[in-house]
Structure formats: structure tokens, C-alpha cells
Design a protein around this ligand. Structure first.
Ligand code: ITT
Length: 191
């Protein structure tokens, strides 16, 4: 059963929203896109970035919001691009990442997601996930963002070629944590 309360997913990235909407619908949580470019502070802490994004989103929408901040951390590059993943994707892109790892077999990485929820009243609530994996040696076809180069542990294909990405994704794990908390909170509020 879909919950009736109004919840917005604030993002400039429609791919993220489409996946989030699909994942949340499995919990009966309905969400609408609030398409906007959010303030992204420069910080090494994804939690700090996510908190500020949530506060910015709420101040623009004046409704309960969730935002998501993601980062791809590559071990042999000391965690680069990490909190700067969006900028790095828009500049050197997947080609640049593959080039940086050209002569190494050390391809371990992790995809981190932070979901932040803010209703303008309570403190910002954070939900984290971290999915270990590796960077492929070639750029696979399909998907979006870093999908064509990220292979989650235990799989042989990148996110781009998995028909069940939601089962493994950083987004899915963080949103599952959020959903369980959100549904409990609604129950407590008698909704
Ligand atoms: P927002 O407006 O929501 O901030 P964004 O695309 O800037 O959208 P992030 O900063 O959270 O989002 O994401 C960091 C980068 O990681 C960005 O380039 C995304 O495209 C990429 N990314 C995040 N999740 C991904 C996924 O599931 N598959 C592929 N790339 C992903």
C-alpha cells in the first residue's frame, strides 16, 4: 500500500531519482522528484556534504525531503575521487579513471551512498551504505555515471550490465535502511 505523506527526492540527477523511486516503491513509500541543483560544500566528509544538501533542499522546497550523496572511492588512489566524484565524472570521466589505473592490478574500490532526510523540525537523519567492488579494465556499454566501470564484489559484470542492480547497489542498501526507519516513524505517528 502506498503511503500518502508527501516526500520529495531532491536531485539534479534523474537516473538517481528513477532508481530511488523504484526501490522506495517496494516499501510502499511514494516519492516525487524535486529537480534542483543543490549546494555541495567542499568537504572530505560525505556526511557533512549530505547534511548541507538536505538543509538546502528543505529550504527551497519547504516539504520533507531526502537527498543522496554518493562517492566512488578507489583504494590505490587513496580514496579518489570520493567526495569529489561528481566533479571528476564531469571532467575526466570514466576514461580518465581507467587511464589512472592503466598499469595496475590494484583495482579495489567501494561505492558509498548517504541518504539524508530532513523535515525542517527534527535533526537531519543520515543512512549510509558502502558496497565493496572493483574497477573494470574496460568501459562497458550501458548504464549511467560510473555504472560502466564498477563491478560489485561477487559479480563478474559492472552495474551497467546487471539486470538486477537494485539488489546490489549502494543506493538500495542505504534506502532500505531509510525505509525501515521511515515506516516505523510513521507507525509511531499513527499514520
Ligand atoms: P545530485 O544533484 O543528487 O547531487 P549528482 O549526480 O551530482 O546528483 P552525487 O554527487 O551524489 O550526485 O554523485 C556523485 C557521482 O557519482 C555522480 O557523477 C553520479 O553520476 C555518480 N553516481 C552516483 N550513483 C551512481 C550509480 O548508481 N551508478 C553510476 N554512477 C553513480
Amino acid at each position: 500500500m502506498q503511503q500518502s505523506s508527501e516526500l520529495f527526492f531532491a536531485s539534479s540527477n534523474e537516473h538517481k531519482f528513477e532508481e530511488a523511486q523504484r526501490i522506495l516503491s517496494n516499501f510502499g513509500i511514494s516519492v516525487s522528484l524535486f529537480k534542483t541543483t543543490l549546494e555541495e560544500i567542499q568537504s572530505n566528509s560525505m556526511c557533512e556534504i549530505a547534511k548541507r544538501k538536505a538543509i538546502d533542499a528543505y529550504s527551497k522546497k519547504q516539504k520533507p525531503v531526502i537527498i543522496e550523496d554518493d562517492g566512488l572511492f578507489i583504494n590505490s588512489l587513496e580514496g579518489f575521487p570520493g567526495p569529489y566524484s561528481s566533479y571528476v565524472y564531469d571532467t575526466i570521466g570514466n576514461k580518465g579513471i581507467i587511464r589512472l589505473l592503466e598499469n595496475t592490478k590494484l583495482r579495489d574500490a567501494k561505492f558509498v551512498a548517504i541518504i539524508a532526510y530532513y523535515n525542517g523540525v527534527d535533526d537531519v537523519k543520515l543512512f549510509e551504505s558502502s558496497i565493496p567492488g572493483k574497477i573494470s579494465s574496460i568501459i562497458e556499454q550501458g548504464g549511467w555515471g560510473y555504472d560502466p566501470i564498477f563491478i560489485p564484489d561477487g559479480e563478474s559484470k559492472t552495474y551497467a550490465n546487471m539486470f538486477d542492480k537494485d539488489k546490489f547497489s549502494h543506493r538500495s542498501v542505504a534506502l532500505t535502511k531509510f525505509s525501515n526507519w521511515f515506516l516505523d516513524k510513521q507507525k509511531d505517528n499513527g499514520q
